[in-house]
Ligand binder design. Structure first.
Ligand SMILES: Cc1cc2nc3c(=O)[nH]c(=O)nc-3n(C[C@H](O)[C@H](O)[C@H](O)COP(=O)(O)O)c2cc1C
Length: 223
């Protein structure tokens, strides 16, 4: 058993203040969009470091923290990632993807061209780590890797949005090339590639709607 600490960070708020805070956060998060047009404006590494620290504080299975984040701003490596991603995406759009998947993507207007992989100042590759390594070289089992990494990526996206940076959740299909391109060990599996930076001044996004609360939530209350 670990030693125990008092809980900090939960001030007792009046409920109207609680509602005001949650609605302010909702308003902020509802302006988040997936952006595919970036400006080349640099973003300080300190911003990316802090965002990754926030993501890496996420809840996770048995606190094994089964993730790694590789932040790339090197233009040579970004170009290599773009070339590899576009090769996969050309195969995907050119026949590997089932027609139903292509039909679902058509309104969003994506294609195999990924210029943002070179234009955006930062690419953050997120890996799920299947297991750790014990000091004697054994396997340290990880639990709920997918769920844990998914929550961490959600926190990463929220944090970057709070810093007024645009994000694109990119999943070139398949993504195995990222492990080799970034020199990661076999036990790591690419989960997602987060592209981030300033949006282009003339960036546009598809006019999407989100399902209303009653379509996605149910409330079962006393009485
Ligand atoms: C797991 C996941 C994978 C995605 N992969 C891609 C992708 O490879 N390329 C892309 O342009 N958008 C990708 N997206 C972005 C979605 O298309 C986008 O989130 C969706 O259309 C909703 O738009 P919004 O994020 O602006 O609300 C992905 C999103 C998620 C959550």
């Amino acid at each position: 058993m670990l030693p125990r600490d008092p809980l900090i960070g939960y001030p007792d708020l009046p409920d109207d203040e609680r509602v005001a805070r949650v609605q302010a956060f909702e308003a902020l998060m509802r302006t988040r969009r997936t952006v595919r047009d970036f400006a080349p404006t640099p973003v300080p590494r300190a911003v990316i470091e802090s965002a990754i620290r926030t993501a890496a504080s996420a809840p996770n299975g048995a606190n094994k923290q089964p993730w790694s984040f590789v932040a790339v701003s090197d233009p040579v490596l970004k170009r290599r990632i773009r070339e590899a991603a576009e090769a996969e995406e050309r195969a995907f759009y050119g026949g590997r993807a089932p027609q139903a998947w292509l039909d679902a993507l058509a309104p969003i207007g994506t294609d195999a061209e990924k210029p943002f992989l070179e234009v955006a100042p930062w690419l953050i590759a997120v890996f799920g780590v299947a297991h750790g390594v014990t000091p004697d070289g054994g396997v340290d089992k990880h639990y709920y890797v997918q769920e844990s990494v998914g929550i961490a990526v959600g926190m990463l996206l929220c944090t970057l949005h709070a810093a007024s940076l645009a994000t694109l959740t990119h999943t070139p299909s398949p993504m195995n090339f990222l492990r080799d391109a970034l020199g990661r060990p076999e036990r790591e599996r690419a989960f997602v590639l987060i592209v981030t930076g300033h949006p282009a001044v003339d960036a546009t996004v598809p006019r999407l709607t989100k399902k209303p609360l009653e379509d996605v939530a149910a409330f079962i209350e006393a009485g």
